[in-house]
Design a protein around this ligand. Structure first.
Ligand SMILES: [Zn+2]
Length: 62
């Protein structure tokens, strides 16, 4: 278990993703896997009518 930084006790809530102390309002998150570009990709179902990328129009990059 991990000790709460604001109190002399262990986190009552702790799992693989992090720990949380309701009493002190402290939340710790463990380091997860590295962030990949895909994590920044927009959600497919949240997408509006996005303009086509320049490359899709056949324009030369230079
Ligand atoms: Zn605490």
């Amino acid at each position: 278990m991990t000790e709460c930084p604001k109190g002399d006790h262990e986190f009552p809530d702790e799992d693989d993703t992090g720990a949380h102390c309701d009493e002190h309002g402290v939340t710790l998150l463990w380091h997860g896997p590295p962030i990949t570009p895909e994590d920044f990709a927009p959600e497919p179902h949240g997408r509006r009518s996005a303009p086509p990328a320049p490359r899709a129009l056949g324009q030369h990059p230079h």
